[in-house]
Design a protein around this ligand. Sequence first.
Ligand code: NAI
Length: 270
Amino acid sequence: MAYNLLKGKKGIIFGALNEQSIAWKVAQRAVEEGAQIVLSNAPIALRMGELNKLAEECNAPVIGADVTNNDDINNLLTQTMDHFGGGVDFVLHSIGMSVNVRKAIPYTQNNYDFTHKGFDISALSLHRVLQAAMKMDAINEWGSVVALTYIAAQRVFPDYNDMSDNKAVLESIARNFGYFYGTQKKVRVNTVSQSPTRTTAGSGVKGFDGFINYAEKMSPLGNADADQCADYCVSLFSDLTRMVTMQNLFHDGGFSFTGVTKEVIERMGE
Ligand code: NAI
């Protein structure tokens, strides 16, 4: 059901790769709620071509940007501002990648070149985007920025590898930049800590099936899916959450505050 929550609002959605992507669902929901959007992803992801389908559906231009490259980010923001004739009201950062995870290199044996690359893509990119946006005044007053994260930033999930560190920094950047952007322009910055979700990035984590099933049994409401995550992001882009900033917001069916569930205890006794 649509509520017109984003009527007249304009935004940038980073990270829609395919129909499973959380960003894909957010783009669809944002448009359904009346927003106009620009879609962005890394040039290599654009070459896969799937994003064109979403672009057509959402009537949105696609502007490539590798988020580790300042020129790409500046170009994206300039083109977006030309397209809309001004700044945007919301930004979704739905980007993550770890070469150590991809190559199944254990945390204790991480290759630091890979660590740097993953950190640049998954965490520092939020700072880059915010810094460029602030310089170019690309986000309107009372704008909203949301980045996606995972609870491995706070608790140990061994196979999440160096992405745990990346997420911890990402959340810290949201908090710190949120202070400055809030005082300067009333722009809010939050992270949404999402349940494990079957996507290209999610399924890349070793033992993902066990991971997602365990979370399902450890969450009173069950795992939150990508569509529900999109609903939550839309609420955070809307004017109904104007005073929420610098927060890490758990969207996980209660997982983060559950010590144990009856279901898990029963299984342990088997
Ligand atoms: P996904 O694989 O669909 O999205 C990741 C995106 O990052 C892709 O679109 C990819 O092209 C983009 N990307 C990678 N390198 C880039 C670069 N250099 N420049 C620009 N974009 C780049 O997977 P998903 O799951 O939708 O991931 C979105 C976000 O949600 C990520 O931050 C992820 O860590 C987070 N998240 C995912 C969970 C899951 O279980 N799937 C759980 C909690 C958070």
